[in-house]
Design a protein around this ligand. Structure first.
Ligand code: ACO
Length: 324
């Protein structure tokens, strides 16, 4: 059976580090509050690099790890809600900047923090169907561009970063076993970022700021419930038990959400990969960034069952199971 195998991972974070102590000088907050409520100690902020540049660096790192030429890629999908331009898509810029072949499909997916798993779901289906052979799947977000740096409720939570995987259609037991994606737009007001559109003589809509807005408590509750459910859905689909999971790589939003999700599943803490203390919530970047770090540290071994789970604005939520 043809499966999409992960043959390379890559990531990139901008070099500028902003610690909780730096935020203490910007808003009425404290390292103690941020650490105890979220687990975040510092995050990276892009002060000059753009989404396209960061996505391109990430893509090049993943291709290098896979040991293949950009000419072998025949599909590029990017999960992002902070593109540099409304169009062309980030994926089109990546295609041009890495030197991929002209004419291959390249497009972005908007699913907020679930963007990477949504993109992975689509790429997996193209590969299984035999339409494409080698796909580049990227998650990238620069939330520093959309948070209100005067709002302590939100600015302490996010950071900038990206990760990517190279998928290859291969016969065998390893690769993506399943993906599950979900959405419920009724919840849109819990977490959203309006688009600031130019004024026009044909409408008189007042201009509003385009900062991220969030109802943290409600988001927390729905995140824990749906992340638990979509993990169980993934295990049931593959006839797996929680004990079969070698590592859970969750969306790195908040330590309390992650712990509550793992508790619902009955998964011990030592089986969860966490790096949010260093990067905060990098939205679509978070899962592939954590995966790349885990791979580089040698945490993942051949044959391991890796469970991925995400939750984000929309609301959207998703899971994937990979046999390494
Ligand atoms: N520093 C100090 N105090 C703060 C800060 C801050 N940075 N932010 C809020 N507070 C205050 C509030 O004003 C409030 O004060 P009050 O009681 O005087 O009104 C108090 O802390 C408690 O606020 P709550 O919002 O009730 O705090 P809570 O314990 O719920 O934690 C948090 C807030 C961390 C945002 C939590 O609700 C959460 O994790 N929600 C999930 C949100 C999330 O992760 N979103 C990311 C996108 S979705 C995703 O990726 C999963």
């Amino acid at each position: 059976m043809m499966r999409a195998s992960i043959i390379g991972t890559g990531s990139y974070v901008p070099p500028r580090v902003i610690k909780n102590q730096d935020l203490e000088r910007m808003v009425d907050t404290s390292d103690e509050w941020i650490t105890s409520r979220t687990g975040i100690k510092e995050r990276r902020i892009a002060d000059h690099e753009t989404t396209n540049e960061i996505a391109t660096k990430t893509a090049k790192n993943a291709l290098k790890a896979a040991g293949i030429s950009p000419k072998e890629i025949d599909l590029i999908i990017v999960g992002t809600v902070t593109p540099e331009m409304l169009f062309p898509s980030t994926a089109c810029f990546v295609q041009a900047h890495i030197g991929a072949n002209r004419g291959i499909p390249a497009f972005d997916i908007s699913a907020a923090c679930s963007g990477f798993l949504y993109a992975l779901d689509i790429a997996d289906k193209y590969i299984r169907a035999g339409v494409n052979k080698k796909a580049l799947v990227i998650g990238v977000d620069l939330f520093s561009h959309i948070v209100d740096w005067k709002d302590r409720n939100t600015c302490v939570l996010f950071g900038d970063g990206a990760g990517a995987v190279v998928l290859s259609g291969e016969k065998g037991k390893s690769g993506i076993l399943s993906t599950h994606i979900h959405a419920d737009g009724h919840y849109w007001k819990m977490l959203y970022t309006p688009l600031c559109i130019a004024s026009s003589p044909f409408h008189n809509k007042p201009l509003e700021n385009s900062f991220l807005r969030m109802q943290g408590n409600e988001t927390f509750k729905v995140a824990v419930r749906t992340m638990g459910e979509v993990c169980q859905e993934a295990l049931d689909h593959n006839g797996l038990k929680v004990e079969d999971v070698s590592l859970l790589i969750p969306h790195q939003a908040n330590m309390r959400i992650i712990k509550a999700t793992a508790e619902r599943l009955g998964l011990p803490e030592e089986k969860i990969y966490i790096n949010l203390d260093k990067y905060g919530n990098t939205s679509a970047g978070s899962i592939p960034l954590a995966l790349d770090e885990a791979v580089k540290k040698g945490v993942i071994k051949k044959g391991d069952i890796i469970l991925f789970v995400a939750f984000g604005g929309g609301f959207t939520w998703a899971s994937a199971v990979v046999r390494w």
